[in-house]
Write a protein that binds this ligand. Structure first.
Ligand SMILES: [Zn+2]
Length: 64
């Protein structure tokens, strides 16, 4: 998988946004030099939302 198409080619300050779950690179946008920000990609975000919906926080406490 060659993800390094035009990375590090420009000397502009770029911020890389990476998915904290699956490690997929999501976005590159102007920001701090070589800064890597972590977030959730659409896929992982959906999974997380479904997980939360299936198991709402506190639900385990309510049922003995
Ligand atoms: Zn992801």
């Amino acid at each position: 998988m060659n993800e390094e198409k035009k990375q590090a080619d420009e000397s502009a300050e770029l911020m890389y946004v990476k998915c904290a779950y699956c490690g997929k690179w999501m976005d590159v946008k102007p920001g701090q030099m070589n800064w890597v920000s972590h977030g959730l990609c659409d896929d992982c975000l959906k999974k997380e939302l479904e997980k939360i919906r299936a198991h709402p926080p506190g639900a385990d406490n309510a049922t003995p």
